[in-house]
Design a protein around this ligand. Structure first.
Ligand code: DGJ
Length: 749
């Protein structure tokens, strides 16, 4: 509910309160942002500046409370007393004062083409003005979050030059640590945490996109907060371009936090009457630790960002051709793979890169959309028909924003490439198309739409594989162009499942999620690397947004050899797929994968849409009283101690059945050690063991416990792990990178 009462402006839902007031100088004070409170608490929560702060600037020289520098504010100017970082830069002092406040029913819709969250209960609109300019701050109230955005209007007669306009700015009392999610190609979203103190802490992307360097989402947690306890704020930006967020603690112990488009090289002229709208920022709060905060964020993304058609809709099990084939395929090879994928239980066959003319490697062909008839003599129509006849849906890869110099498109329209006035710099041998040009956008929309309508395409992987040269306002205009293209192609085709990708997770943000319900997290599918990548993303995004595939071992990016069971156990916590050459699978691996897919289908809703939590030794999901938990190990230690499975959330007085997902051991992994169990001497490299390894598996521990919810909350001890004393099917025989998955079901009565 949003109320305006006795000078207090109060946005309140079950999770948080955002309490504001317009003070006597027309400044917008942030009296409170955090746990739900009563409006009447405002006076006790707001700052009371006391007798003054030395040489600080006062708006009214006779009143020490008029010192903007020491107030907790929800917006601020520059040069007029607030000496902290300003959310607005116009090249001169700014001094906006509140002129109007009102509550709008539902969403307040944007007009500039940026995507935004939908389904707000109500929106608070605060208007502020200074001579020649007006600012409108929007605070939209959702069930688990609020969003904020800002609109600047030139109301004067002269042009205004805008250098910086944040989506929000707010001061909250207390000390915090800032967690950001950073990395690069194949090492996305690693969590880093630093204290927010007197120096400014910044999370920013300058690549032209939201980037794998620094995800726009970040957390502010009180020191000592854990996964399940403590106060935590979460912020994110519904935007896919250069972003900026800063946090800094003042002398008065107020932490100023702001987020918006990166001001780096940003300069935009607003002519009289013109407006500029910022992207929407998302703000969540939880008093129940990082897991509590993640849950608020997940529910917001699932309920208000994901395109309506795909909210809560089951995602198919994918087979993707990329890692298995790269550019090297024919229709016959694809159909062979599709037949095998179907047999294993996959539901959707995705033809990745390499299907159009000239695209036999990554140096040519981007920009052209003519099917390579040498590889696909019956075109996409013929191939998709044959795939459908096999009982699989068909999906297709595109990289529409890019162009190779070696392409028909570039030869015809070299001026369509995005340039910066310098000789071109290539990334993965390619340039970006200039999406700020209407003709370029029309070309992409027409060509992609034509292909989508020419065959039975149920899924699109929209890839983009380089950083941009565009700076500041041009980079922003590019992102608006991208949203225009996505809206025009997929708006009329909502049932196509769009998976966004950018060299993996180089554009994993709420802006892209407004169009694509899932995003390819990383080209790194090594499960141990994915613990950090999916684990990092899990702080901000629900697992239904994670493209998560099982691939071959040793892994292409890490050379790590991992058990097939662990590859699946990690990928289960996302939208499962397989991405490897199925022709190379041994009979035992086929058997294992078929069982994995059957298991995932049985528990699909739990894995894709259950409530996710990070545990001390793994992850859990829960839905309708049932749980799944993954326990993951990295390097095996000698004589490992007991291990506990400790869940969060079971009904303490309920009864639960805990069962392992059946896993099996490859005989070959024991090498010469088989001598300890074999009745006759066997050569570890000989034909007998090699044959046995292809066809037979050894059972691993099948655990089953019937316990109370209270025991699960306290932690039950799992079967002992291998400790150098031989094979025993009652023990968990795990070497490096082992894992187990448990299904925990509530038992009746
Ligand atoms: C980068 C993506 O991340 C990969 O999954 C694959 O689609 C390649 N591009 C294709 O070129």
């Amino acid at each position: 509910m949003i109320t305006i009462d006795g000078g207090w402006l109060h946005l309140k839902n079950g999770a948080l309160s955002c309490l504001l007031r317009v003070n006597q100088w027309g400044l917008l004070e942030q009296a409170h942002f955090g746990a739900p409170v009563e409006t009447a608490d405002g006076a006790a929560l707001a700052c009371r500046p006391g007798l003054g702060w030395g040489g600080s600037l006062l708006l009214d020289d006779s009143d020490t409370a008029s010192c903007p520098d020491v107030l907790a504010l929800a917006w601020s100017g520059s040069g007029r007393g607030d000496l902290r970082e300003s959310p607005l830069e116009l090249g001169s002092a700014t001094d906006f004062r509140v002129t109007d406040t009102r509550v709008l029913h539902g969403d307040a819709l944007m007009t500039c083409g940026l995507p935004q969250a939908r389904g707000a209960e109500a929106t608070l609109q605060v208007t502020m003005a200074q001579p020649g300019a007006e600012l409108t701050l929007y605070f939209a109230l959702f069930d688990t979050a609020i969003t904020r955005r800002t609109v600047l209007k030139n109301t004067g007669n002269a042009p205004i030059t805008l250098h910086k306009l944040m989506s929000f700015c707010m001061d909250v009392p207390g000390e915090f640590e800032m967690s950001t999610f950073d990395g690069g190609w194949i090492t996305e979203a690693a969590r880093h945490t630093v204290p927010v103190s007197r120096s400014r802490v910044v999370n920013e992307s300058l690549t032209g996109f939201s980037s794998n360097r620094h995800n726009p989402g970040f957390l502010l947690s009180e020191p000592g907060a854990t996964e399940d306890a403590g106060r935590v704020y979460g912020c994110n930006l519904v935007y896919s371009g250069n972003h900026y967020a800063a946090a800094q603690r003042s002398l008065q112990n107020l932490t100023r936090v702001m987020q918006g488009i990166s001001p780096a090289n940003f300069s935009l002229t607003l002519t009289p009457g013109e407006t500029f709208e910022t992207p929407e920022a998302v703000l969540c709060y939880s008093g129940e630790g990082l897991n509590g905060l993640s849950d608020q964020m997940h529910r917001f993304i699932s309920g208000h960002i994901i395109p309506p058609y795909w909210r809560g809709r089951a995602r198919p099990v994918v087979y993707n051709s990329w890692e298995g084939c790269m550019f090297d395929f024919t229709q016959a090879r694809l159909l062979d793979l599709a037949r095998r994928a179907k047999k294993l239980g996959c539901e959707l066959f995705v033809l990745d890169d390499g299907w159009f003319a000239g695209r036999d490697g990554d140096t040519a062909g981007l920009g052209d959309y003519t099917v390579n008839r040498k590889k696909l003599p019956q075109g996409l129509t013929g191939l998709s028909q044959k795939i459908s006849e096999l009982g699989l849906a068909f999906g297709l890869w595109f990289e529409p924003e890019s162009v190779n110099e070696n392409s028909a498109l570039y030869r015809a329209h070299p001026d369509w490439a995005l340039t910066d006035g310098f000789p071109p710099v290539l990334g993965r041998h390619q340039l970006l198309l200039d999406l700020t040009k209407p003709a370029v956008r029309d070309y992409i929309v027409e060509n992609v739409s034509h292909i989508l309508d020419s065959a039975n395409i149920r899924y699109v992987k929209w890839d983009m594989n380089r950083h941009s040269v565009a700076q500041g306002a041009k980079a922003h205009a590019y992102i608006l162009g991208l949203y225009d293209v996505l809206r025009r192609i997929f708006g009329p085709r909502p049932e196509i499942l769009l998976e966004s990708c950018s060299s993996g997770g180089n554009r994993f943000d709420p802006g892209m999620l407004c169009f694509s319900p899932q995003i390819w997290c990383s080209d790194n599918t090594d499960p141990i690397a994915r613990l950090s990548i999916q684990g990092g993303l899990s702080y901000l995004y629900p697992q239904s947004t994670f493209g998560a595939h099982v691939s071959a071992a040793p892994h292409a990016q890490t050379l790590r050899q991992t058990p097939l069971a662990t590859r699946a156990n990690v990928a289960f916590f996302g939208c499962l797929g397989y991405e490897l050459d199925l022709r190379q699978l041994l009979p035992v691996e086929q058997q294992e994968i078929a069982a994995q897919i059957a298991f995932y289908k049985q528990h699909r809703a739990l894995f894709q849409f259950g409530r996710f939590r990070r545990l001390e030794n793994g992850w859990q999901v829960s839905l309708d009283g049932n749980f799944a938990a993954g326990v993951f190990h990295t390097l095996a230690g000698a004589a490992p101690g007991y291990e506990r499975l400790r869940l969060v959330g079971p009904n303490k007085s309920g009864r639960y059945a805990v069962r392992t997902r059946a896993q099996a051991l490859r005989i070959g992994q024991f090498g010469a050690l088989v001598k300890h169990v074999a009745p006759v001497p066997l050569d570890p490299n000989g034909v007998v063991l090699r044959t046995a390894d292809r066809h037979f598996l050894l059972p691993d521990a099948q655990e089953e416990y019937h316990v109370s919810g209270a025991a699960l909350v306290s932690g039950i001890l799992l079967a002992p792990m291998f400790r150098g004393t031989g094979y025993d099917k009652a023990q968990r025989t795990q070497a490096d990178f082992g894992s187990n998955l448990y299904i925990i079901e509530e038992e009746p009565g």
